[in-house]
Design a protein around this ligand. Structure first.
Ligand SMILES: [Zn+2]
Length: 472
């Protein structure tokens, strides 16, 4: 048998930008865009599309088929509406499979060996409002038994009809999971779901495990240490567990977080690469040589990250001075038309944080938590503040502005740093759980770091402008 060598799959990674679907630039695309991309690929003849159902709000659920091979593979994405990373990657894969370039041997292998069945964006109503559940407020991935959701029924009927050998259940997970108890993000997590409570192993689940090992090996070359495995407790309500029991080797892929990738565009590329490796391995049956004992080596998901962790900072509270750790989380706030996201950086934890880490960490053992002062100025003065003047105000200890002419607004304004506030006092209170993380870390009374809405600004560096940390 003539095997496509892995180097050629790796070259596709280098050429990924050729295939990246340019209509999708962030996580918040909707059913309309998905339908227009499906139309592009049916018109070109790459794939066939049939409607296999409709969402609660009447949006089409589409089953796409391509390839003429023997092995049937079913992939579905976004059964949770706010988990869109893999949907993006599926459209990148279609562009790859439709192209005509030096990778023809690879795409011919895939299309000649596999019969791909794909349901992108299974829960379009959830995607429309950027929420997990469908519009009956049911979690579609807890509906494999009762099948009260039209989305879940469409998927189950399709699986029973085509009887695939292999299934890919494509999701996103919290960006605050680590791959084991360390600072590595769980950028991709895998699971070969159990099909019974004792978590038995049979040939069906074994194949899923071996495919995970194949994808893990590939991904480790791109994001070493940032791959984890999901808890394998059996849940008969879930589609993955149910399909495994129906004889479909089912793999759960969860896209997590990666440093400075809030729109998950790099993780999208990792999904593309993992699935491409899986397709090649299924076509050539090479996954069967993986030793499932190696699955134990993949670290478990660990809920141990903060967006920012400040270690050993001195805080004065209730008249008591103490040193502790301070964890900050950037919680998401949905934007207009559910087409964007802004973030509220707030203090999530004070205290001991054993085996807990941050995307950003600050060793504050020589630093003191310092509340920001309020600068009083007229609105007209604020409007003409230059970036340098904003930075100078921060360096002088001001993190808030109050307008003196009675027009103080209630929220942040366009991309301007200093959070507007109506507070009467001229300083903000000390560190409190739930409070917006807007304060200074000082040494000998001099600000060293500014925390602005939970984002770190290092004042020891040559900072010339304040980043837009409000997302407006
Ligand atoms: Zn999910």
């Amino acid at each position: 048998m003539c095997q496509v060598n892995l180097k050629s799959v790796d070259q596709v990674w280098d050429h990924y930008d050729r295939y990246k679907e340019s209509l999708i630039t962030n996580r918040f695309f909707k059913h309309t865009e998905v339908v227009s991309l499906i139309n592009k690929h049916t018109t070109s003849g790459l794939l066939n599309s049939e409607k296999i159902g409709q969402s609660v709000k009447g949006r089409s659920i589409n089953h796409l088929t391509l390839g003429s091979g023997k092995t049937k593979v079913l992939l579905w994405s976004q059964m949770h509406g706010d988990e869109s990373t893999a949907t993006m990657a599926l459209f990148d894969l279609f562009n790859f499979l439709a192209a005509d370039d030096e990778h023809n041997d690879l795409r011919n292998l895939i299309l000649g060996s596999l019969e791909l069945h794909i349901v992108p964006m299974l829960n379009p109503d959830g995607a429309q409002r950027w929420k997990r559940r469908n519009d009956l407020e049911i979690d579609v991935n807890r509906d494999a038994r009762m099948l009260v959701t039209p989305e879940g029924r469409a998927l189950m009927n399709l699986a029973k009809k085509i009887k695939p050998e292999i299934g890919f259940n494509l999701h996103d997970q919290s960006t605050l999971y680590a791959a084991g108890p360390n600072q590595n993000t769980a950028t991709i997590s895998f699971l070969a779901p159990a099909y019974d409570y004792p978590k038995s192993m049979n040939e069906v689940r074994k194949s899923a495990t071996q495919l995970i090992l194949t994808m893990n090996n590939a991904l480790q070359t791109k994001v070493p240490g940032k791959i984890a495995k999901y808890d394998d407790a059996f849940d008969p309500r879930c589609f993955g567990d149910t399909f495994q029991g129906m004889g479909i080797s089912t793999i759960l892929i969860e896209s997590g977080g990666f440093y400075a990738d809030p729109e998950k565009q790099f993780i999208r590329k990792l999904n593309f690469y993992a699935l491409l490796n899986a397709f090649v391995s299924i076509a050539e049956k090479t996954y069967a040589s993986q030793n499932i004992a190696d699955y134990q080596e993949i670290p478990e998901n660990s809920r141990s990250l903060y967006d920012v962790l400040i270690r050993n900072v001195s805080i004065i509270k209730e008249g008591i001075q103490f040193r502790t750790n301070l964890g900050i989380v950037h919680s998401q706030i949905k934007g207009p038309e559910y087409g964007s996201m802004s973030y509220n950086g707030r203090i999530e934890e004070l205290g001991d944080v054993e085996q807990t880490y941050g995307y950003d960490e600050i060793d504050a053992s020589s630093l003191t938590f310092t509340p920001g002062n309020i600068k009083l100025m007229q609105k007209s003065e604020w409007e003409v503040l230059s970036p340098k003047q904003e930075i100078d105000l921060i360096r002088a200890g001001y993190l808030f502005i109050k307008w003196t002419d009675g027009t103080s607004p209630s929220g942040p304004l366009n991309a301007r740093l200093l959070n507007l506030t109506n507070k009467e006092n001229n300083t903000i209170q000390t560190a409190s759980i739930g409070q917006q993380a807007q304060f200074l870390l000082s040494r000998d009374g001099k600000p060293v770091y500014a925390l602005l809405n939970g984002y770190v600004l290092d004042l020891t560096k040559d900072v010339t402008a304040v980043p837009n940390v409000y997302g407006y």
